[in-house]
Write a protein that binds this ligand. Sequence first.
Ligand code: SF4
Length: 81
Amino acid sequence: MRIEFDRDTCIGMFQCVAEWDGFERDEDAGKAVLVDGEETAEDLFVREVPEDAELDAKFAARTCPVDAITLYDDDGEQLIP
Ligand code: SF4
């Protein structure tokens, strides 16, 4: 599973941080940080989600109020949102 984080869209309410430790707080910027995320475009971060973290990553994506987090399965199909 692959996760994509649109940091530009993020409004920093940090619900995702409570769901998965793959997200951390950047209090100064008022944005979440995708830990080990690779910036593939401006403010767009991507990484693989380990199998044992998939459930938490799904909760993080579902809880985001502005859909800044997108999940894809291994075939590239969008799962959430
Ligand atoms: S839940 Fe969404 S808006 Fe809130 S910090 Fe996480 S990515 Fe940003």
